[in-house]
Design a protein. Structure first.
Length: 165
């Protein structure tokens, strides 16, 4: 919508520029007087309606409306015990969650500090952690080594494309 408005504003500005170039001096003066008259009329109407609105507010006593709304809100809030209980429960749950998150954060920070200290003294991972890695090498005790021993050096079989003899 912003692009359309900007495009429309540009079109109006362009049209005004074209019209201003084609107008004579006398026509420009008439248009300027007409625009000034419209602006003054609009200003007068705005002031008139502002006065009407202020009189209406004074007659109908909207001055204490904010105070009355706050008073009724407090009255309903104090009368309703379940709302107070729910708010209190929410506050307790929020505090418990905050405490839990702070404790977890401290534990994670302590754990990170311990791991950093272990890395600084040359701590190695236990064998169980690195034994799960797949290592492909030419050792004879591996499955690849045994297959290499059992088979031909050039035992590559081509399935596709078929050779035509």
């Amino acid at each position: 919508m912003g692009k359309k408005m900007l495009l429309g504003l540009g079109a109006v500005a362009g049209a005004c520029f074209m019209v201003s170039k084609k107008l004579t001096e006398e026509q420009r003066e008439k248009i300027a007087m007409k625009v000034d008259e419209i602006i003054l009329d609009g200003h007068d109407k705005a002031l008139k309606y502002d006065c009407y609105a202020r009189e209406f507010i004074k007659e109908n006593d909207f001055g204490g409306l904010k105070d009355r709304i706050i008073e009724k809100t407090k009255k309903y809030a104090s009368d309703n015990k379940s709302v107070d209980d729910a708010l209190e429960s929410l506050k307790r749950a929020t505090k418990d969650l905050k405490d839990h998150l702070e404790e977890t954060g401290k534990n994670l920070k302590d754990l990170a500090d311990v791991e950093t200290e272990d890395a600084e003294v040359g701590y190695d991972e236990p064998e169980d952690d690195w034994n799960d890695d797949i290592v492909i090498n030419g050792n004879t005790d591996s499955a690849f080594g045994e297959a290499k021993k059992a088979g031909d050096e050039n035992a590559t079989i081509t399935f596709y494309p078929h050779k035509k003899d």
